[in-house]
Design a binder for this molecule. Structure first.
Ligand code: NDP
Length: 307
């Protein structure tokens, strides 16, 4: 399946039959999602050894935010085994679920749903796992024990902050353009911090006591448009150990280009996307995430190249 594969709607869900084991990603907009390409490539590879996966397929559905609660019931009634949720459904769905793990409650967002035969869905969030694995794979950096400078205070930053504190990182410095959003995130993270120093700052005025050798994680949307200025000027920070930008399209944001120009190890978020996807598939199928992640990464790269 490529990016050109059909975007289905709830009308299609009511009308069509979905034989075998069906999985899907729900979003708005969804046209450019790489998840179908990643998952169907992994399923095809699994099917070469385990024949049952030959009847598994992953679809993409355009679902408006106000349609989501009804859509979740409909996907369940149509027998779907698992769902991925992307913008803007991760937080909306959370309100309709009984999340499985305490970490999901802290994040307040779900990206993976597993069908419960007794009714409803079990909610998971695999983004934190994806971040940990992506950073380790691309930069050779383990979040545990690292000083971390986290840029952003939206959903992705919240998931990343929870993951960093759970590892636990050595210290966490969060920067965001809008102070009120930063304060709200710090309020969420503070109870998890324990002994880990947790601070917020204005990205336009980095404080003098920022640690050197930190990992900078961009969890803002600044960079999605090629002319977006970077969310922070790396030259104003003590020299970091590396920069990981969750954005993967475009593949090199201005932040990553500045990092490369400064000679810093850096990577975009494609590896995070592949690892969170592999973890979702593990939840649905039992197939180990470590086994399917390389296939998902190759498929995501190929789909991006052909889009
Ligand atoms: P949200 O809309 O929830 O949050 C957006 C964040 O970006 C806010 O902190 C916002 O700041 C900040 N921001 C937006 N525009 C600018 C700008 N021009 N300058 C500075 N800051 C800005 O989005 P998400 O948290 O869901 O996603 C954030 C990014 O992470 C997206 O680019 C998304 O693609 C990426 N992502 C990647 C994943 C992966 O697997 N690689 C997984 C999940 C997300 P403010 O509060 O001031 O508005």
């Amino acid at each position: 399946m490529s990016l050109a594969d059909p975007v289905l709607t709830l009308a299609d869900l009511k009308r069509q039959s979905f034989t075998g084991t069906a999985l899907a990603v729900l979003g708005h907009p969804i046209q450019h999602s790489l998840s179908p390409a990643m998952h169907n490539a992994a399923l095809a590879e699994l099917a070469r050894i385990h024949l049952e996966f030959a009847s598994w397929h992953y679809y993409k559905f355009e679902v408006q935010p106000d349609e989501l609660p009804g859509a979740l019931d409909l996907f369940h009634a149509r027998g779907f085994r698992g769902l991925n949720l992307t913008v803007p459904h991760k937080v909306i769905a959370f309100a309709h679920l009984k999340p499985a793990a305490p970490a999901v409650r802290m994040i307040g967002a779900v990206n993976t749903l597993l069908r419960k035969e007794s009714g409803g869905w079990e909610g998971y969030n695999t983004d934190g796992y994806g971040l940990t694995m992506g950073v380790r794979e691309d930069l050779g950096i383990t979040l545990g024990g690292m000083p971390i400078i986290l840029l952003g205070a939206g959903g992705a930053a919240r998931g990343a902050g929870v993951e960093c504190l759970q590892c636990p990182c050595a210290s966490l410095w969060v920067a965001n353009r809008t102070r009120a959003h930063l304060d709200a995130l710090l309020d969420v993270l503070r109870p998890l911090a324990g002994k880990v120093p947790l601070h917020g700052f204005d990205p336009q005025a980095p404080p003098a006591d920022l640690p050197a050798g930190a990992l900078v994680i961009n969890a803002t949307s600044a960079g999605l448009r090629p002319d977006d200025p970077p969310p922070v000027d790396l030259k104003r920070l003590p020299r970091p150990a590396g920069v990981y930008d969750m954005i993967y399209n475009p593949p090199a944001t201005l932040l990553l280009r500045q990092a490369a120009a400064l000679g810093l190890p850096c990577a975009n978020g494609l590896s995070m996307l592949a690892h969170q996807g592999a973890k979702s598939l593990e939840i649905w199928s039992g197939a180990s995430a470590g086994r399917t992640a390389p296939t998902m990464l190759r498929a995501a790269r190929a789909a991006l190249g052909s889009s």
